[in-house]
Design a protein around this ligand. Structure first.
Ligand SMILES: Nc1ncnc2c1ncn2[C@@H]1O[C@H](COP(=O)(O)OP(=O)(O)OP(=O)(O)O)[C@@H](O)[C@H]1O
Length: 355
């Protein structure tokens, strides 16, 4: 028998909210419930200061739902919200919160790394570029805002949960000279998270403004693919100094890349350039070169759109193995030909004063 949303809610309504607001459903803690052929997912949006009290509640909810017939898997994610009971600030003498783009404290520049389509290598580029900039002495941060597939913890070899000594600020992680924070570190491994618009925006804002980035020359933001809420929120809430668009030479990737460029232009974010990834395939055993996805597509598109082409990065097994192993190629084999194209992008950005 297929499990229903009502049955899940029925079980959750039996669980008491530890803050004394009745059950966890009526307390408004249960959000984004998704019941789909045996898989139950939801988010428990809680006051971060009470996180400890909710850990057993989450376990209780998971166990109770698992015990229902027809349930194959349950994933529950705890996320923090700002204290909703804080009194509103009505003092007329106080300056109101700025609504427009803000600077992140200590961060000199923000550069967004975007792609129109998923799987084109945006995260691989972001990880390598961050490490290459760090190797050039740039104080660099990397914010992994790819809510649909956060891959920076894996690519930069970072794991564990970031700590929050005061329950307000979040301490970032650091590896290969890069200060990093990922939405993937705020959720449990292998859990698909269903992010709703407002929650997503709050999570992004928390990662930008509550993380103690320290003094950075540049913060790279690895965006989810496409032109959605995260891109909009980033450009509206923070002052973004430039965007880099990653694409493969394939027509469909290029078409989507063009949409990305249009969006950033509308948001008044300067386009620093395009990068062609998986430009050509170089065989790791014989060195033979083949244009798997066509040739020169991004160069042609960049020229048409009047934006610089920053690099053409080959498709090479070593790049994938290094990125998926936690030490990007610019760290694991900095003198290799494969690392060179990423290092060139880093040096190019430094010499044009973009980072
Ligand atoms: N130049 C390359 N050579 C070899 N493998 C690559 C290259 N670029 C990316 N890859 C591999 O392709 C896969 C997808 O890359 P990546 O995760 O960086 O893409 P993405 O655009 O960030 O995807 P998504 O936005 O869907 O997360 C990864 O396994 C990565 O290691």
């Amino acid at each position: 028998m297929a499990i229903t949303r009502e049955a899940v809610l029925g079980v959750l309504k039996q669980i008491t909210d530890p803050t004394g607001h009745g059950d966890i459903v009526s307390a408004g803690v249960v959000r984004a419930l998704n019941v789909d052929s045996g898989t139950v997912r939801f988010v428990m949006e809680i006051d971060p200061a009470r996180a400890d009290a909710y850990v057993p509640v989450r376990e209780q909810a998971e166990a109770a739902i698992s015990a229902l017939g027809g349930v194959e898997s349950v994933s529950v994610v705890l996320t923090g919200h700002s204290n909703p009971s804080a009194p509103p600030d009505l003092q007329p003498s106080r300056k109101s919160e700025p609504q427009g783009p803000e600077k992140i404290p200590g961060v000199a520049r923000i550069v967004a790394i975007a792609s129109g389509k998923g799987g084109v290598g945006k995260s691989t580029l972001s990880a390598n570029l961050a490490c290459a900039l760090a190797a050039e002495g740039i104080r660099v941060g990397l914010l992994d805002a790819d809510v649909y597939g956060p891959s920076q913890p894996r690519m930069l070899g970072v794991s564990g949960r970031p700590s929050s000594p005061d329950g307000k600020t979040i301490l970032p992680m650091r590896n290969h000279g890069v200060t990093m924070m990922s939405i993937g570190l705020m959720t449990n491994d292998d859990q698909a998270v269903v992010w709703r618009g407002p929650m997503l925006m709050r999570a992004l804002q928390q990662m930008m403004m509550q993380v103690q980035w320290g003094a950075l020359d540049v913060l790279l933001v690895d965006l989810p693919p496409g032109t959605g809420d995260v891109q909009m929120t980033l450009a509206q809430k923070a002052h973004v100094d430039g965007a880099i668009i990653v694409s493969t030479p394939q027509d469909v990737a290029l078409l989507d890349a063009r949409k990305g460029i249009d969006m950033f232009r509308q948001l008044n974010v300067p386009i620093l350039g395009m990068i062609e990834n998986m430009s050509t395939h170089i065989c790791s055993s014989c060195g033979h070169e083949e244009h798997v996805f066509g040739q020169g597509g991004v160069a042609h598109e960049a020229e048409k759109l009047g934006v610089p082409l920053l690099a053409e990065i080959p498709l090479h097994l070593d790049i994938r193995v290094a990125a998926d192993g936690g030490a990007p190629i610019v760290v694991s084999a900095p003198d290799s030909a494969q690392a060179a194209s990423f290092q060139e992008v880093a040096r190019g950005l430094i010499s044009q004063g973009a980072v």
